[in-house]
Design a protein around this ligand. Structure first.
Ligand code: XIL
Length: 363
């Protein structure tokens, strides 16, 4: 089958059962350079289970309430969910002491109803903090108390319902120095230890993660995160996992040593998760960019499947209809597995293919 006809089939096929029937047999083995040939029509979550991982997506709660296709696709395809925004501090506590858990609780209930786990996102970050925290002149000691309360209160509210918490997010600069944030300034460089201890106090059962972008490849940032978590674990601070966000761009190419990098973190005894995968591209899309995108997803998923300890792979939104990318990266988009009409792109087939192979290999 030619590249073009394979591609057209991938675009026209629906995700729904009947429209997928016969696809695997209809597609001959791909030649070198073709999009990976689907070897199954099964939904991602049905493949991820025997492959030994959770397959997740970030969830936009507005879309979940308003868009039936969006909701049903999540139910069918994913076994883990992350709140794209509604577990962030600015949503949970817009005014001091005024808590709003409504949307976050709705997501937890949705997950429970569909046998999904929840990744909690996020306890400590420098973005999406409520204005009342950012804009008042608190002393460092006051800020420490405020952060402590926030972490313990939030983790406690969701205790028993969160599989993995992103406790601390994006605390390093690209050069491996500590990011200059309100938390570094108030608590000092050893605040990592405090925030993980507090999270454990709030929810003793959740696995506690450090999460960041550009950790996938070797470099000063990944090295700094490695040293930090190694040091924390040596000191008995409860860090259980490392989250590789996985925000990639097709225009940059993809790293080939992700597995080796994951493995060094796994060797510390850490769980590994890919937490926010997406592969954006300069618009407009074309067949080459879309094929390259599928390689980007593969560059994250295959290492995860080959690394013992990597137990979760989450995409940061699964449809281009609701992706954060166009709003944050000028002229870029189309970063998700499905297009704006919920049609699978070559990347969806690539993910399916990797999961199916891993499931088969573990059998
Ligand atoms: C993004 C959301 O997708 C947007 O809707 C929001 O406006 C800003 O935050 N790293 C993270 C996520 O850890 O929380 C960010 O999510 C994307 C980058």
């Amino acid at each position: 089958m030619s590249k073009q006809s394979t591609f057209v089939m991938l675009l026209v096929m629906g995700l729904g059962g009947a429209s997928l029937a016969g696809l695997a047999t209809a597609l001959a083995d791909g030649h070198h350079g073709d999009p990976p040939t689907p070897i199954t029509q099964r939904p991602l979550r049905d493949l991820a289970h025997p492959a030994g991982i959770r397959i997740g997506t970030a969830v936009d709660m507005t879309a979940l309430a308003a868009d039936q296709t969006y909701r049903e696709t999540i139910e069918r395809e994913f076994s883990s969910v992350t709140a794209e925004n509604v577990m962030k501090w600015e949503t949970l506590e817009p005014e001091p002491g005024v808590f709003d858990y409504q949307q976050a609780d709705a997501l937890v209930a949705f997950a429970g109803a569909h046998h999904m786990v929840v990744r909690g996102h996020v306890l400590v970050w420098h973005n999406q903090i409520p204005a009342w925290v950012n804009e008042q002149d608190f002393t460092p000691a006051e800020l420490r108390d405020i952060l402590r309360e926030h972490i313990i209160e939030t983790a406690h509210h969701f205790r028993g319902k969160i599989q993995q918490w992103d406790v601390l997010n994006e605390a390093f600069n690209e050069d491996g120095t500590l990011r200059d944030t309100i938390w570094l300034r108030a608590l000092g460089p050893d605040y990592f230890a405090d925030v993980f201890r507090w999270a454990r106090m709030g929810d003793p059962g959740a696995r506690l993660f450090y999460n960041d972008f550009n950790l996938e490849f070797f470099g000063p940032k990944s090295d700094a995160a490695f040293s930090a978590v190694q040091d924390l674990r040596r000191r008995g601070i409860p860090v259980d996992g490392i989250g590789f966000q996985g925000h990639l761009g097709a225009q940059f190419g993809f790293d080939t040593r992700v597995q080796e990098n994951m493995q060094r973190f796994a060797n510390l005894g850490l769980e590994i998760a890919v937490t926010e995968a997406d592969v954006r591209m300069p618009l407009p899309t074309d067949v080459f960019k879309l094929q390259s995108q599928s390689q980007g997803y593969h560059s994250l998923l295959q290492p995860c499947l080959l690394t013992r300890g990597c137990n979760s792979f989450t995409v940061w939104g699964y449809t281009d209809k609701y992706s954060w990318v166009p709003g944050f990266f000028d002229g870029e988009g189309a970063a998700c597995l499905l297009d704006e009409s919920f049609q699978p792109k070559p990347a969806y087939a690539a993910v399916q293919h990797d999961l199916a192979l891993a499931a088969r290999a573990r059998h």
